[in-house]
Design a protein around this ligand. Structure first.
Ligand SMILES: Cc1ncc(COP(=O)(O)O)c(C=O)c1O
Length: 376
């Protein structure tokens, strides 16, 4: 099976000299404590409609790559919101509201986080204001309006929508529920990460005593990746090889691990992997990732659509998988690594490997999904 395009320009870097590196559970729990993690599971698992999302075996692909297992965590099925983000924003809304019906929540978003906040507000009967950049698709805006949120379009990019969100929230005393941390704003983003760790609790229950040897984590601002690292510390018996993947136009985690400090990327071209197109790693995730990541991969957009199609037509598994743009990079990274003998050996990817990849989202933007899977 030829999957990768001719001349596939990807990059793998191993930072063996990462001076910060030490997978120290106590250090990780300083950023996201086991109590934060346990509280999130205790709450979210009681929500109406909660069910663990499937862990699908990509058995056809593991056979092809000569690996023992590839597990694909399918977040398409998460609370009808179609992405893991459903766990984070909605949980943070619950935490900041503290049972009050009188507060108004607000957020700036590229789509999936806002959908989670809007849904979380609806669940609790709260009003919700969502700020989106003019570049966010109408379909994504409408999805949030349908959940009862008041959606405000802001001229300019995401940064501009965040500035407007902060301005209006300060004037009107709204509670900002953001998934990105900055100095003096760490607690709420931490709740979003605590929400994401539910994925790892489910995976630990689903792997049926198999030992995960490798885990590939997509990163935008790093919240999901860092939450999974904390989840590993909390729920898994062993520490798998952790690999972070990012778009090559926005490899902010890779650049920061390289220098040992947060590096800002000037994004010249927005990636198709929209949720991952972020120029700077967030503060709370950085405290976790800097100590736990040695392997980084950056990818171009070239094979995203094709991989979505292959996941969708059951080329990799017995069942068809609806995988959005941000779900393909884990699979592409794995194939790329296995096709390069040196990297395959370095990462010890072999017939004993159980690899975990994340299908972070389904067709969160249906029009885009259809366009991409029909394009080749
Ligand atoms: C839909 C979506 N949004 C965002 C992200 C990135 O998450 P974070 O910004 O927490 O790193 C991902 C990761 O793959 C994603 O799939």
């Amino acid at each position: 099976m030829t999957i990768l395009s001719n001349g596939h320009q990807w990059k793998y870097s191993e930072f063996t000299d990462n001076a910060n590196y030490s997978f120290d559970k106590n250090q990780i729990f300083k950023s996201l404590s086991s109590k934060d993690i346990d509280d999130a599971y205790a709450s979210i698992s009681k929500w109406k409609g909660y069910a663990p999302t499937p862990l699908i075996s990509l058995n056809k692909l593991s056979k092809e790559l000569n690996l023992k297992n590839i597990f694909y965590k399918d977040e398409h099925k998460r609370f009808n919101l179609k992405s893991f983000k459903a766990l984070g924003g909605a949980y943070a809304v619950e935490k900041v509201s503290k049972g009050s019906k009188d507060i108004i929540v607000a957020t700036a978003t590229a789509g999936n986080h806002g959908r989670s906040v809007a849904w979380g507000a609806k669940r609790l009967g709260l009003k919700c204001k969502i700020f989106i950049s003019e570049f966010v698709s109408d379909a994504r805006g409408e999805a949030m309006s349908k959940l009862g949120a008041d959606v405000v379009k802001v001229k300019g990019n995401y940064e501009k929508s965040l500035i407007e969100c902060i301005k209006q929230s300060t004037e009107n005393n709204w509670q900002i529920v953001q998934d990105v941390a900055w100095k003096d704003y760490m607690i709420v983003p931490k709740y979003t990460m605590a929400g994401y760790t539910v994925m790892m609790k489910e995976i630990a229950d689903q792997i049926n005593k198999e030992k995960i040897t490798h885990i590939i984590l997509q990163a935008g601002v790093g919240g999901m990746a860092a939450a999974m690292v904390a989840g590993i510390a909390r729920y898994l018996e062993n520490i798998p090889t952790i690999i972070v993947v990012e778009p090559d136009s926005a490899a902010c985690v890779m650049e920061s691990i390289k220098t040992g400090k947060i590096e800002k990327i000037d994004i010249k071209r927005e990636s198709l992997m929209g949720g991952m197109s972020c120029g700077e790693v967030s503060l709370v995730p950085w405290e976790i990732l800097k100590n736990s990541v040695k392997h980084c991969i950056s990818l171009p957009d070239d094979d995203i659509a094709k991989t979505m199609k292959l996941l969708g037509n059951s080329s990799f598994s017995e069942e068809k998988i609806i995988a959005g743009e941000n779900s393909a990079p884990g699979v592409i990274s794995l194939i790329s690594s296995c096709e390069d003998e040196v990297i395959k050996k370095k990462l010890q990817l072999n017939e004993k490997s159980n690899v975990l990849v994340f299908g972070c989202e389904g067709d969160t933007d249906q029009e885009m999904y259809k366009k991409l899977i029909n394009q080749n």
